[in-house]
Design a binder for this molecule. Structure first.
Ligand code: NAP
Length: 399
């Protein structure tokens, strides 16, 4: 019988037989989730000689939930994620006209999973458009609850947008009549808790730089304050452990300290291509992070290889970053690596690092042996693709 993961005094307590919830996912979820669970189980067994074991429990969201329980997102699903603290999910279809913006966005909002964490680093053997893809080794902390992404939008010509336009005119601003209106709230609270998590991660994982990515030169009061509050938090709460780039320019030593700097978002897209090894931990508002994490993932092999998690202090939901690829659903064809690497993140989060490393090394070995699914095979010469399930089994053999 499994036991519950607990959260006490700011720390997760993981039993040797934790209950972990999983959502299979729509479309290709059926192809990737079973091999991922199999790989994680095999790695945990090998790493801890059978003394540790995850008890998996299926919970429902998406089409499977609709068929079984009559709702795309049953109330009990976020409740169970909250109660059991750790969950992993395959991709979910956004039902058209169902009243949801997206099931993923709904889950993040209902659970207040305020940080989207995406590590981006190179797995040897993966085809990449870059000459030195291994130079990029960053982890993005993207704010998940605010910004234009929070969905405060009004249709052109609607009563609400007309009223807002009238109000803006009173403030001396002149949007065109019949404009669509979107609102971009960025708060001190939302910014600081995100930047705090990024700096704490950097300290715990001995990273060297935390970069605040913003467009504050143009959006001075939203993105600009993201930057200002980020620096303020760093100085107020981590003074002994950090030094700002500006302080270094003024002669301060960075010895053993985490450097806090900031970059304008557009320049950041160049920086990760031209000077990838100068970056480490990035903290971004919601929209910048959305664009930047996919662009960064492209440099190391694309979304099929990109893991991710949505987290708050006590709850974490790990997920594949790609969608449901419906044309491949049930064909046992697609690459399960994104979800496998999210599983690696999950094991690291549980401090089961030995099992995490076993999987990461075995995944790399499998790809180096050119045992790969169609998406990687088509970018390599003379490689015959294997099935998703065969790829999972090959990783288990290589553990
Ligand atoms: P998608 O499902 O990510 O698929 C786009 C293309 O990416 C696929 O046709 C395939 O490329 C490639 N791909 C995706 N996953 C792959 C994998 N595991 N292995 C190999 N190749 C993979 O994006 P979409 O077609 O735009 O979206 C479909 C549905 O997914 C929508 O309902 C959308 O709302 C949903 N979605 C969900 C999530 C989520 O749950 N987190 C995220 C994004 C989208 P090729 O055709 O070139 O082989």
């Amino acid at each position: 019988m499994g036991n519950k993961v607990m959260f006490e005094n700011g720390k997760l307590i993981i039993p040797d037989n934790p209950i972990v919830n999983f959502i299979e996912g729509d479309g290709i979820g059926i192809d990737i989730t079973p091999p991922v669970i199999k790989v994680i189980n095999a790695a945990v067994k090998k790493a801890y000689d059978g003394k540790r074991e995850i008890e998996w429990r299926e919970i429902y969201a998406g089409e499977k939930a609709f068929k079984k329980l009559g709702s795309y997102l049953p109330d009990e699903t976020p409740e169970l994620i909250k109660e059991y603290k750790i969950a992993i999910k395959g991709p979910l279809t956004t039902p058209v006209g169902g009243g949801f913006r997206s099931l993923n966005v709904s889950l993040r909002q209902v659970l207040d999973l305020y940080a989207c964490i995406r590590p981006v680093n190179y797995v040897k053997g993966v085809p990449s458009p870059m000459k030195n893809p291994e130079k990029l080794d960053i982890i993005l902390f993207r704010e998940n609850t605010e910004d234009v992404y929070a969905g405060i939008e009004f249709e052109p010509g609607s009563d609400e947008s007309n009223k807002i336009i009238e109000l803006l005119k009173k403030f001396g601003k002149n949007p065109r009549d019949n404009s669509a209106i979107g609102i971009k709230p960025i708060s001190e609270f939302g910014t600081k808790r995100l930047v705090r998590m990024a700096i704490e991660y950097a300290i715990e994982n001995k990273r060297k730089v935390v970069t605040l990515v913003h467009k504050g030169n143009i959006m001075k009061f939203t993105e600009g304050y993201f930057k200002n509050w980020g620096y303020e938090l760093a100085k107020d709460e981590f003074r002994d452990q950090i030094v700002t780039e500006e302080e270094i320019w003024g002669g301060a030593s960075s010895d053993g300290k985490i450097i806090i700097n900031d970059r304008i978002a557009d320049s950041m897209f160049q920086q990760i291509i031209l000077r990838p090894d100068e970056y480490d931990v990035l903290a971004t508002p919601n929209l910048n992070g959305d664009y930047l994490s996919d662009a960064a993932a492209a440099q190391v092999g694309g979304l099929g290889m990109a893991p991710g998690a949505n987290v708050r202090e006590d709850v974490a939901l790990f997920e594949a970053t790609h969608g449901t690829a419906p044309k491949y659903a049930g064909k046992d064809k697609v690459n399960p690596s994104s979800l496998i690497l999210s599983g690696v993140m999950m094991l690291d989060h549980m401090k089961w690092g030995k099992a995490a490393k076993l999987i990461k090394d075995a995944l790399e070995k499998t790809i180096m042996q050119k045992k790969v699914t169609y998406d990687l095979a088509r970018q390599l010469e003379n490689v015959t693709p294997i099935k998703a399930s065969e790829f999972g089994d090959a990783i288990i053999t290589n553990l």
